[in-house]
Design a protein around this ligand. Structure first.
Ligand SMILES: Cc1cc2nc3c(=O)[nH]c(=O)nc-3n(C[C@H](O)[C@H](O)[C@H](O)COP(=O)(O)OP(=O)(O)OC[C@H]3O[C@@H](n4cnc5c(N)ncnc54)[C@H](O)[C@@H]3O)c2cc1C
Length: 572
């Protein structure tokens, strides 16, 4: 299954394009660039193949793939002063398909303002929502849910692609919780309006989750863009278990990058491949800056301290790391259809039955994702506390865009997650001076900007408001894990802030560490055409190029960046 030789024929010394990283962006590029059969494309992926891995196919298994599995890079953050000095695992996909092979499959594009802001700040209007919209449709193939229920009123067909490759669909298994959530928003329609489709670029409210699931099976960048017919292209070479350690120039012009050094498998010797046209780094927001720094592209002083010869002084490499912090609030809930009911450790026969059903026709509980509703919500700017934050720090969301997301999880206990979509804090990815070739130092710097704790407090207050809808009175039990004290305190900052610090974790949406800025900007890593500033032959295409974190789960935005990048590279 994860035999890389099944994917790749013999390596040669030269290709037209060498793509480093077979995740969301890398798979898109491998597919689109190799559509031209006259060019030779090599895709290098550090992790194993995704093929024949049941854990990566069954949607409901997404939560058991990570953390700490062989499909995770197993990174850890540095100690976070904003979180009581805790550090924790920062999950990233280590497998063909990258994050999309292991993630929670939520499909969300963000608001038009997320993209218009990129267009504005980079001076390239082609990055605007209106221009990118066709690329969303190009990448997507929207299909029926696993249970084939009538989905009229649950989405807007006008904003979805039906001829693309990444499968998307609405929930394919219903739970008693679904009815409770809908009743809760009907009881609090001002704060939590229903939205038919949150993917039209402007919708705020709570609606049915769209997930990257097709025919009851995870649709990842690998299954979608590297399907068997694409892998049969003789001009596309996909190599798994191939870790790129450096990009460099084979000539005496050190800023003309044309070679990738990589190692395939443990203890293997280094292989060098040349790209006749260009090298594209798509290693993700944590590994892309790591590879750039190892290649001498980064802040001159930091590289000198590490004895890495300087190729290009770009102080912004590894800076501007942004991520969505998330906190959970949980209550006791007993119901016959919480997810635990199908957990093999809790109910082996129900789990075996669900597996048999999934194997026979790709339906049932295992064909569904983890949360059947999703929301995109703005903080209420007429609330005095919110007003004060915006007055002092500015409104971090583009006009009409969400500040936070609430996600209900059908567990017993029942949990509500609050995700801060618009953090001000910026962190870093650096090489570890004590072990430069080891894992990078990842410092998301949560709540290092004073506004973020205030914003998270407000998001949490909204979460608690949601939990006061009358429907929950008879359907939820006691609050858990210290939440009872926070509620008893009337959500006072002295109780709330320690709760937030203790329960914040990452939703694994890192971006921004090789940010795109205008051609004449004094900072940033890539130009609007995604070429590395001051370097020839090298482009970056992945989540690291976002200058601002989108107000959405980050895979759909990354798919669209990569689709447009493919056209830029092909000169379309
Ligand atoms: C646990 C988890 C849950 C998530 N849930 C969601 C969700 O529900 N919805 C959503 O929209 N987003 C979600 N995301 C985020 C989403 O998956 C990412 O935003 C997306 O994958 C980013 O794409 P990328 O191309 O930038 O990087 P990735 O998809 O991470 O791809 C990078 C690839 O490069 C490879 N690589 C790295 N370094 C090297 C090297 N030196 N040599 C060779 N290969 C290398 C990696 O192994 C990886 O396969 C989640 C992510 C995780 C980890």
């Amino acid at each position: 299954a994860s035999d890389s030789s099944a994917l790749a024929p013999a390596i040669t010394a030269n290709y037209d394009y060498v793509i480093v990283g077979g995740g969301v962006a890398g798979c898109v590029l491998a597919n689109r660039l190799s559509e031209d059969r006259s060019v030779q494309v090599l895709l290098l992926e550090a992790g194993p193949s995704n093929q024949n891995e049941l854990d990566l196919e069954i949607p409901q298994f997404s939560q058991r793939v990570l953390p700490g599995s062989r499909f995770d890079w197993n990174f850890t953050t540095t100690n976070q002063p904003g979180l009581g000095n805790r550090s924790f695992g920062f999950q990233q996909g280590f497998v063909l398909g990258g994050g999309s092979s292991v993630n929670s499959m939520l499909y969300a594009r963000g608001s038009s303002g997320d993209y218009d802001r990129i267009a504005q700040t980079t001076g390239d209007k082609e990055w605007s929502w209106n221009n990118l919209f066709p690329y969303f449709l190009k990448s997507e193939i929207f299909g029926p849910p696993a249970d084939k229920h009538n989905i009229k009123g649950e989405f807007n067909p006008a904003v979805h692609g039906t001829h693309g490759v990444v499968g998307t669909s609405l929930p394919g298994f219903s739970y008693s919780l679904d009815g409770l959530v809908l009743r809760a928003i009907a009881q609090l329609p001002q704060e939590f309006p229903f939205i038919e489709d949150y993917n039209d670029g402007k919708s705020l409210g709570l609606g049915w989750t769209q997930s990257t699931i097709r025919n009851g099976t995870r649709s990842s960048a690998a299954t979608a863009y590297l399907s068997s017919d694409v892998l049969r292209r003789t001009n596309l070479h996909v190599l798994a278990n191939a870790f790129a350690s450096r990009v460099y120039s084979s000539t005496n012009k050190k800023q003309s990058i044309d070679t990738v050094a990589f190692i395939q498998g443990r203890n293997a010797s280094t292989i060098n491949v040349r790209a006749r046209k260009e090298i594209i780094i798509s290693a993700g927001a944590l590994n892309t800056p790591r590879l750039l720094l190892h290649s001498g592209i980064g802040e001159a002083a930091a590289l000198k301290a590490l004895n890495i010869p300087l190729v290009q002084n770009l102080p912004s490499v590894g800076k501007n790391l942004s991520d969505h912090p998330v906190i959970l609030a949980s209550w006791n809930r007993t119901a016959p259809d919480t997810i635990e009911h199908w957990n093999p450790a809790v109910n082996a026969s129900a789990a075996a039955q669900a597996l048999a059903q999934w194997e026979s026709n790709r339906t049932g509980q295992f064909a569904d994702g983890y949360t059947n509703q999703i929301s995109f919500l703005r903080l209420n700017s007429s609330d005095p506390a919110v007003k004060a934050i915006f007055k002092q720090y500015g409104d971090p969301a583009p006009p009409g865009a969400a500040h936070f997301q609430l996600l209900p999880f059908n567990g017993g206990p029942f949990s509500l997650a609050a995700v801060l979509l618009t953090p001000f804090s910026r962190g870093t990815v650096e090489l570890d001076p004590t072990n430069p070739s080891g894992p990078p130092l990842i410092d998301p710097a949560y709540y290092s900007h004073p506004a973020d704790i205030l914003l998270m407090r407000q998001a949490f207050r909204e979460l608690i408001k949601f939990s006061t809808a009358p429907v929950w009175t008879s359907n939820l039990g006691a609050p858990l894990n210290g939440l009872e004290n926070v509620i008893a305190s009337g959500l006072s900052p002295s109780a709330l802030d320690p709760y937030i610090a203790a329960s914040t974790f990452s939703i694994s949406h890192p971006i921004g560490t090789a940010a795109m800025t205008g051609y004449n900007a004094k900072f940033g890593v890539v130009n609007p055409d995604l070429r590395v500033k001051g370097v020839q032959g090298l482009r970056i295409v992945d989540a690291s190029v976002f200058p601002f974190i989108p107000g959405a789960n980050t895979q759909a935005p990354t798919y669209v960046i990569a689709e447009r990048a493919a056209d830029i590279i092909k000169g379309n």
